[in-house]
Design a protein around this ligand. Structure first.
Ligand code: AMP
Length: 430
């Protein structure tokens, strides 16, 4: 027996029609969502950047941070010759690489960029967590001002609103700068040290290396411990504090609701000052739709001689679809065919093939049968593709030089001369 194949676990096919259990919408829905995202990005004056799927492993290791889950456990990385490649697990470090490599700062002003495309992480697949998933996101590079943080957050929220998702929850926090964070780290270590037995294995491991991540815990017992833990806000430097206050004021000026969450830290190392996350109450354990923050230190981490202030967000398309599904939001259906041409007999087939081509060149969406099936089967195909008109051509029609054109909505049928067909259908286009 011949071996058959299935897609790799944690990846999925996006099909013309959604398949039960695949939990992924049809390709047309993806296109609609992607186009909506692009339209919002354009409204906010962001330009698209496309970077390769493959990046140097070291860029990601240094950019995202050696101690993060992403770098320590989740990279799809491999070696070819003397080059180390990684399938990008996120896009912010690649965007910063491109910004530095091509001196985008020299275009003048602040660079406002957006991206959309696949990312890869070797995580345990579960609902909302896949091995190949799709992110879209935006980055503002070259601006210190807290308005940049507020604008990026507003942009993120507006994308979800544009798709009908209103009840998202925005959480914000400040992580302080590179001086205040180490002091907080020490205070956290001192606080958790005597409670070691109460910590999970993961948290105990994090205690020495990356104690901030313990704040992320979902474990109830650990959460209770957090109540008495030192708060980052008490450690942060004045400038970061001012920046945070300014951000809140700017968000307020846009009437954007937010919740302050002193334990919001995010899983990537490059954030400083602002951190934020957008959640949906409807999509289960993996409730984070999108997240981001300020990453003023990333540029230097990946080789820049100068500090480059920047802020951005990244969002998952699959989680966005989960949220749309959970709220029963219907996306526009696949547009119908303008016409389906039905040929009866060999001579009609000779006529239909080039006629369909001409109609398509004239801008109409047109289908026809490729298998020489019966009238009934061709009608069924026309119905399945939601054709608005059916154009029937048999021997009689060929002799008369006119087709029978049936309006599928009203069942009304009229003869239309061959040379008037394009104009007839064009006038009745959806
Ligand atoms: P992160 O880059 O980890 O901050 O993730 C940003 C967003 O990407 C998350 O809020 C999710 O929507 C999405 N995301 C991250 N990892 C995955 C994954 N493994 N599968 C699906 N979506 C993901």
């Amino acid at each position: 027996m011949k071996k058959t194949f299935q897609n790799i676990e944690g990846t999925f096919d996006i099909l013309p029609e959604a398949v039960d259990g695949a939990a992924m919408r049809r390709s047309e829905a993806w296109q609609y969502v992607e186009e909506t995202i692009r339209a919002v990005m354009r409204r906010f004056a962001y330009e698209e950047i496309r970077t390769p799927i493959l990046e140097p492993t070291e860029l990601i290791a240094r950019g995202v941070g050696q101690l993060t889950d992403i770098v320590s456990k989740e990279m799809f990385a491999f070696e070819r010759g003397d080059t180390n490649y990684v399938l990008r697990p996120e896009v912010t470090a690649p965007v910063m690489r491109a910004y530095l490599q091509h001196h985008l700062g020299q275009r003048g002003g602040v660079q406002k960029l957006y991206y959309m495309g696949p990312c890869f992480r070797a995580e345990r697949p579960q609902k909302g967590r896949y091995r190949q998933f799709h992110q879209f996101g935006a980055e503002v590079i070259g601006a210190d001002d807290a308005r940049a943080d507020a604008e990026v957050i507003a942009l993120m929220v507006v994308v979800y609103r544009a798709l009908g998702l209103e009840d998202t929850v925005l959480r914000i926090n400040t992580l302080g700068d590179e001086h205040s964070r180490p002091r907080y780290k020490e205070a956290l270590q001192a606080y958790f040290e005597p409670h070691q037995e109460a910590l999970s294995d993961t948290s105990r491991e994090r205690l020495t290396r990356n104690p901030l991540r313990i704040l992320d815990t979902k474990d109830e017992k650990e959460r209770r411990l957090l109540d008495g833990a030192p708060r980052l806000i008490d450690f942060i430097d004045e400038e970061s504090r001012n920046h945070y206050e300014a951000l809140k004021a700017w968000l307020g000026s846009l009437d954007l609701d937010f919740v302050e969450d002193p334990f919001l830290v995010r899983g990537l190392d490059y954030y400083s000052r602002t951190a934020f996350e957008l959640e949906s109450p409807h999509i289960g354990a993996q409730s984070s739709l999108a997240g981001g923050g300020r990453y003023d230190l990333l540029a230097e981490e990946v080789g820049s001689k100068q500090r480059v202030p920047a802020v951005g967000f990244a969002a998952g398309l699959e989680r966005l679809f989960l949220a749309l599904d959970a709220q029963g939001i219907d996306l526009p259906a696949t547009p119908p065919l303008d016409a389906f041409l039905i040929a009866l007999g060999d001579e009609a087939v000779q006529w239909v093939f080039p006629a369909a081509h001409r109609l398509r060149e004239a801008g109409l969406r047109v289908g026809y049968d490729l298998r020489g099936r019966s009238m009934k089967a061709q009608m069924r195909a026309a119905n399945r593709q939601n054709a608005r008109y059916v154009v029937i051509v048999a021997q009689d029609e060929l002799e008369a030089g006119q087709a029978q054109v049936k309006n599928m909505g009203t069942s009304e049928q009229v003869p239309v001369a061959f040379d008037a067909l394009t104009a007839y259908l064009n006038e009745r286009k959806a």
